[in-house]
Design a protein around this ligand. Structure first.
Ligand code: PLP
Length: 344
């Protein structure tokens, strides 16, 4: 429950835990633009260590983290290779064209992955040819916002192609901890196949705000400059970083519970007449289904649920998505399933 409601719209709805609120109230802070905020410095160091990189940078959002990565990695007009359904293309308001001036070279996402031969095919091969720009970055997500997870082998293959042409790899790791939990590996094992990684702390990890960008010392120094250009140099922001320290340090341990609850939700949804449940798509904390012969359409179902204090999103491209998180219990899943069964 969050504020008396069961909220299955997203893991972004999670509110800070009591431990976070406590840590925020006690946080030692300073002017972070001067580098004086001890709590921000601690968070950035913690993130760098966790991901096996030299440095970290605290940012307000995952979008800013991704866009700053592009802004720092590339020059205007250069190519960025990425999957066509990724967050950078679909959900960041065209920012890559506005901020970094990137030319996005999107590759079809086939079964959740950019085919490796296509990635290599799209890389610019002839820097001497005045018709051609340069491929300056390859980026993709793991886990992605469709709840799919790429294997370590796939990540390694992308890195090998990138290395062959000396192109950096940026991993949009908004949900990297969910990915690592699903794969049963540490985030460092995933991070070794990317030069830079952006990580969201305000999704399933419950921080109220915050993303962290990690990479080499040189890259982060340049990103820090460019964050200032974007107006992202913040002052006594340790008050938020304090929640981030708990988000990274404590919260990933409990993500398996969200994944188990999502699996349980799949099992229970299969009991409801008129739903087509996409069982094989449930890997992390996301469950997908379709209203097939269900008595209510998507809009009516959203209203019916809202009348019973359950928040859900309507269908997107014909698909319904329910997301489990820290504030959704097994008992609440049972309540939701009973409501679904009773609708008419
Ligand atoms: C949520 C998300 C982001 C952006 O995070 P915001 O904090 O909402 O700006 C980036 N990439 C992926 C894959 C996401 O799911």
């Amino acid at each position: 429950m969050i504020n008396g409601k069961i909220d299955l719209r997203s893991d972004t709805v999670t509110v800070p835990t009591n431990a976070m609120r406590e840590a925020m109230s006690q946080a030692v802070v300073g002017d972070d633009v001067y580098g004086d905020d001890a709590t921000v410095n601690e968070l950035e160091q913690l993130a760098a260590n966790m991901f096996g990189k030299e440095a970290g940078l605290f940012l307000p959002t995952g979008t800013m983290s991704n866009q700053l990565a592009l802004f720092t990695h590339i020059q205007r007009g250069e190519d960025v290779i990425l999957p066509d359904n990724c967050h950078i293309i679909c959900h960041e308001g065209g920012a890559s064209a506005i901020i970094a001036g990137a030319q996005l070279r999107s590759i079809p996402n086939v079964n959740g992955e950019m085919p490796l031969d296509l990635v290599e095919h799209y890389i610019r091969k002839d820097p001497e040819d005045i018709h051609q720009t340069k491929t300056a970055l390859i980026t993709y997500e793991n886990a992605d916002s469709d709840g799919q997870v790429r294997s370590l082998e796939y990540m390694k293959s992308i890195k090998e192609i990138a290395d062959k042409y000396e192109i950096p790899v940026h991993l949009d790791g908004a949900r990297i901890f969910n990915g690592a939990t699903y794969l049963g590996v540490g985030v460092k094992e995933m991070a070794q196949y990317a030069d830079t990684i952006s990580v969201c702390m305000s999704k399933g990890l419950c921080a109220p705000v915050g993303s962290i960008l990690v990479g080499s010392r040189k890259f982060i120094a340049l990103a820090r400059r460019k964050r200032k250009i974007l107006g992202g140099g913040m002052r006594q922001v340790g008050i938020l970083a304090a929640a981030g320290i708990l988000a990274l340090g404590e919260m990933p341990k409990r993500l398996q519970e969200d994944h188990d609850n999502a699996k349980y939700l799949v099992t229970r949804l299969k009991e409801v007449k008129g739903l087509e449940v996409f069982e094989e798509r449930q890997k992390i904390n996301m469950v997908f289904f379709r209203l097939k012969d269900y008595p209510l359409d998507s809009a009516a179902l959203v209203r019916y649920m809202a009348d019973h204090d359950v928040c859900i999103n309507g269908e997107d491209n014909g698909l319904m998505r329910f997301v489990t998180h820290c504030y959704v219990s097994k008992e609440e899943i049972d309540q939701v399933v009973e409501l679904l069964k009773d609708a008419r």
